[in-house]
Design a binder for this molecule. Structure first.
Ligand SMILES: [Zn+2]
Length: 391
């Protein structure tokens, strides 16, 4: 069992020696002379939890900057889907590698993914040291997403990482997967203990088409199919009214708010007050690098906070709350015993360089990290007691 001692690092305002044994924090106040296989000098740095990205399409790093400045519908129809239908395993591997490197470099220790080729994704995540929930995106008629084949691949899948990877079923959206297919996927997921990951209520067009085709709005439609429950992660939920917010809270779903993608695609303003008032569980995602245009969850925190305030109330979504979404709430939503720095918790954490010009002066560490920092302020990233990145 490996051990890491981080010496003289600032934790809750005090310099501490933090000892990690195996995958977990052993002591947050170890003696100066404590022994460990690896010793890191944390002087001039602060220790924060790692970041949990609850919605992305990681290998879309391949399509970064492709089809920018278009509507969601035009972006998908004219740019993304024609290219994605021709992606090879080798290309996907490079896309996943680029994504995991970017996330590790920018402080993300976990991502909830929705993309193609489970086996390639598993290999890359295993090598990267990150955590992930991998969902094979399902779209009716797509050459890379045959439901029967995907189900067979899921049944044959084994986690090579000792618990860093879990699986999800990922029907893309209510407008790309037929009713019966959604029902079959959700049944399969629940029979096999998988989470369910989909997009919902992203744009006004989606709502209008759902009312036209099914006689009800997206939240009611998915609920009528028996989908909504605590094992479900819904990306976006931008176009949600009061009654729908109440239903999402009642069903215990996790919402992944992706502010950069919503703003770039012109999808609308996330109804922060409505969802919070209803008691919804909210977490934070980047969405894919083709709509966000990076996988930097720290940046998504800043945009989420600013977007909540843009209507006129600067007290909405303070830095501490959006930081909680990106850390503790994200980990909890996926049953990961991490997201805070505490003895016994899984050792997922960031070393933040307080000497960086963007971190000075430091009246409030979390405010600086959310509003002022960029990823260059992150000097080290650990996940599951292993060093993912060190500057
Ligand atoms: Zn998405």
């Amino acid at each position: 069992m490996g051990s890491i001692l981080i010496k003289h690092i600032l934790l809750e305002g005090q310099p501490r020696n933090v000892l990690i044994e195996g995958k977990r924090f052993k002591s947050l106040d170890a003696a100066d002379g404590a022994a460990a296989e690896t010793v890191l000098d944390g002087s001039g740095m602060a220790l924060l939890p790692g970041l949990y990205n609850t919605h992305t399409h990681s290998a879309m790093t391949l399509l970064r900057g492709y089809g920018d400045d278009t509507s969601l519908e035009q972006w998908l129809d004219d740019y993304i889907w024609p290219v994605e239908s021709r992606l090879t395993a080798g290309q996907l591997q490079r896309g996943y590698m680029l994504a995991t490197r970017e996330m590790a470099r920018t402080g993300t220790v976990f991502f909830n993914d929705m993309y193609f080729d489970l086996d390639t994704a598993t290999d890359v995540v295993a090598d990267s040291g990150l955590r992930a929930t991998l969902g094979w995106v399902m779209l009716d008629g797509h050459p890379l997403s045959n439901r029967m084949e995907v189900m067979e691949r899921i049944k044959a899948w084994r986690d090579p990482t000792g618990g860093r990877i879990q699986l999800a079923m990922a029907p893309h959206a209510i407008y790309t997967v037929a009713r019966d297919e959604i029902v079959r996927m959700v049944r399969f997921a629940r029979e096999n203990g998988l989470r369910i990951h989909t997009h919902l209520a992203e744009t006004r067009t989606e709502v209008a088409n759902c009312v036209r085709d099914h006689g009800m709005r997206p939240v009611a439609y998915l609920d009528s199919l028996g989908v909504l429950g605590p094992d479900v992660v819904l990306a976006h939920c931008v176009q949600v009214n009061d009654a729908e917010a109440d239903l999402l809270a009642e069903r215990g779903v996790t919402i992944s708010h992706c502010p950069c993608s919503n703003m770039k695609l012109g999808s609308g303003i996330f109804p922060y007050e409505r969802l919070i008032k209803a008691g919804c569980r909210i977490t934070l995602g980047t969405d894919g690098a083709s709509s966000s245009n990076n996988l930097d969850l720290r940046e998504a925190m800043k945009f989420a906070a600013l977007l909540a305030k843009v209507g006129g109330d600067p007290q909405l979504l303070p830095a501490s709350q959006v930081f909680d979404w990106a850390t503790r709430c994200g980990a909890e939503a996926f049953g990961i015993d991490a997201g805070t720095i505490a003895e016994g918790k899984l050792a997922d954490c960031l070393l933040v360089d307080l000497s960086d010009v963007k971190m000075q002066p430091c009246h409030n560490l979390i405010s600086n990290f959310v509003y002022s920092a960029d990823s260059s302020c992150i000097a080290g990233v650990l996940c599951d007691g292993q060093i993912l990145y060190q500057r």
